[in-house]
Ligand binder design. Structure first.
Ligand code: MN
Length: 200
């Protein structure tokens, strides 16, 4: 199979001033594209035949000698998921079914924001902050390092926040907390979260 770079679901300026056009140009056009290019080069010479990106991720997770394929495949998936989880004029209080789950499992919207911010800030080095459903259907906020992702831990991803420095350095330099605040208050696409929830 050939993996392609999905277009952004909005214009390059759509998330300004919280994420600049320049950041999106580099982050989507260079970083995300590089994971796509690397992955295609790696699977071209791999003996396995894969049906989907998810197949590649699940098949190579934790396997010795497969780290390059796993890391690039997971980063392709993570970034597409991250882009779709944001929109212009997003963020703020949740709507739809996710609102009730946040109330039930995370102490309401303020509890969610507080936990998500603390979790995303405390990821040491590169990684991701997540809103997930665990194997028991409980809503949780988690973090992963580097390319690691919920699907290989029996969890269903609902929302992702990229906390690699390349995600925020041009706009926020070292201030990851300010970037996470902007994500929470102005960028989250709750419709996308609800779609993931409904997809079971
Ligand atoms: Mn990234």
């Amino acid at each position: 199979m050939i993996v392609t770079l999905p277009p952004l679901p909005y214009e390059l300026t759509a998330l300004e001033p919280y994420i600049s056009k320049q950041t999106l140009e580099f982050h989507h056009g260079k970083h995300h594209q590089t994971y796509v290019t690397n992955l295609n080069n790696l699977i071209q010479s791999a003996p396995q035949q894969y049906a989907s990106l998810e197949d590649i991720i699940r098949d190579t997770a934790g396997k010795a000698g497969q780290e390059g394929i796993f890391n690039n495949a997971a980063q392709v998936w993570n970034h597409t998921f991250f882009w779709n989880g944001m929109k212009a004029n997003g963020g703020g209080e949740p709507t739809g079914d996710i609102a009730a789950l946040i109330q039930r499992d995370l102490g309401g919207y303020e509890g969610f924001k507080d936990t998500f911010k603390k979790t995303a800030i405390s990821q040491f080095g590169s990684g991701w902050g997540w809103l997930v459903l665990d194997e028991n259907g409980t809503l949780k906020v988690t973090k992963t390092g580097n390319a690691d992702l919920p699907m290989i831990h029996g969890q269903k991803a609902l929302l992702a926040c990229d906390v690699w420095e390349h995600a925020y350095y041009l706009d926020y330099q070292n201030r990851r907390a300010d970037f996470v605040d902007a994500f929470l208050n102005h960028l989250i696409n709750w419709d996308f979260v609800n779609q993931n929830l409904a997809a079971g």
